[in-house]
Design a protein around this ligand. Structure first.
Ligand code: ADP
Ligand code: GN1
Ligand code: MG
Length: 357
């Protein structure tokens, strides 16, 4: 592949590349592992231009955050670092205007698609907690918004109303209870964004894709090493990343499970993640943030469900579907989870207190 050959010639590797091949299970970028005759390994990636329309801004975010992180750790596996190009830049643009960047390979590590034990899930909490702590002094407002209004729940409701008004496939009539569920909670939409705007919640660096497969663990000890996949880094609230981790990782069923009775919040997993997260955050979170962690979990679940329902109404143009009503099923699991979180709010608060004690 010509583009790849050109890219291999563009970066400052230690030694000469002797192998390059597709690597990992990412769904967004094209990822290659590169081996050099010096024994060094690297990751080379072509950025997905369909998903990320402003790759230069994206790379400014990645460069600023990785440089900030790398000033705090000598450990080569402690954070992602960018490999410069031969002309001293952080990315290289090929003849088809595709953007490429390279990172040293995080050696002797594991990148899991799913937790194999509760401790793995706890370690992902540790990784994201450390990430939040290490970036607590970063000027978050200087970051670009990779996807504007990504977690602006008020704006997500506006888009939901627009879909309801147009209802292009006449689907609204068949999902009235679902529509009503989300409308009933619209008054809560501003509970994070309004506090960000008023300053009651601090603006933070957020990762926005806090799945386990973006966490590197040590191969031997299975302890958290660092966070990868920094493309969706944006300014936002710490509650977004924490909340989305709980939404996805502390649920007892898959996001698209059709048997809704299988879906609930596991308080055990909630405790496990929260313990890892808060122990690593140290004193970097404010009292208000800690107090609102359960709200973050509920709001991220509500918002994600609302996005699924909006996409169902719009004719499934955003989230990939593989069966009829797939997005409606997803919207329903999130409703179940929201309702369960509402019931378990006192226990979640209690767990936060216990974990902090
Ligand atoms: P995507 O956005 O496509 O998910 P990622 O940046 O998450 O791309 O990378 C895809 C996969 O490549 C990761 O899941 C991980 O297995 C591997 N990977 C990425 N960066 C590194 C790295 N620096 N060291 C080792 N493996 C990496
Ligand atoms: C999308 O790309 P993926 O599947 O990891 C979405 C998230 C949703 C998630 C729900 C950029 O993530 O916000 O929570 O689906 N990412 C984007 O499955 O929209
Ligand atoms: Mg990834």
């Amino acid at each position: 592949m010509d583009q790849m050959k050109q890219a291999l010639a563009a970066f400052c590797w230690r030694g000469q590349p002797i192998y390059a091949g597709p690597y990992g299970h990412g769904h967004i970028n094209e990822t290659y592992a590169v081996a050099c005759d010096s024994g060094r390994m690297y990751i080379l990636q072509k950025i997905n231009r369909t998903v990320f329309q402003h790759p230069a801004e994206l790379m400014e975010n990645v460069a600023a955050v990785t440089e900030f992180l790398s000033r705090q750790t000598e450990d080569p596996r402690g954070c992602l670092r960018l490999v410069p190009t031969k002309d001293g830049r952080r990315f290289w643009i090929d003849s088809r205007s595709d953007y490429w960047r390279a990172f040293p390979f995080i050696t002797d590590s594991l990148c899991l698609q799913a937790a194999e034990s509760e401790e793995d899930f706890r370690q992902s909490g540790v990784a994201f907690g450390s990430f939040q702590k290490q970036l607590s002094a970063f000027p978050a407002a200087t970051l670009h918004e990779a996807i504007p209004n990504f977690h602006n729940t008020v704006d997500r409701y506006a888009k939901f109303h627009a879909a309801l008004d147009v209802d292009p496939l006449d689907r609204a009539k068949d999902c009235q209870p679902e529509i009503q569920f989300y409308l009933d909670r619209e008054k809560e939409a501003g509970c994070i964004v309004d506090k960000l705007a008023s300053g009651e919640l601090p603006l933070r660096v957020t990762h926005n894709d806090t799945k386990l497969n973006n966490v590197m663990l040590d191969y031997e000890t299975r302890q958290a090493l660092c966070i990868i996949d920094l493309d969706t880094i944006m300014p936002g609230s710490a509650l977004y990343d924490y909340g989305d981790s709980i939404r996805f990782g502390a649920a007892t069923a898959a996001e698209d499970e059709q048997d809704l009775d299988k879906m609930s919040l596991s308080l055990q997993l909630f405790r496990t993640y929260t313990d890892g997260f808060l122990s690593a955050c140290g004193d970097s979170l404010t009292e208000k943030e800690i107090e609102m962690l359960p709200t973050g979990a509920k709001m991220m679940t509500l918002e994600c469900g609302l996005r699924f329902l909006t996409d169902h109404l719009n004719g499934d143009t955003y989230f990939r579907i593989s069966r009829e009503n797939h997005n409606l099923d997803r919207a329903r699991t999130q409703m179940r989870l929201v309702a369960d979180m509402e019931e378990k709010m006192p226990q979640m608060r209690q767990i936060i207190e216990e974990v902090r004690a």
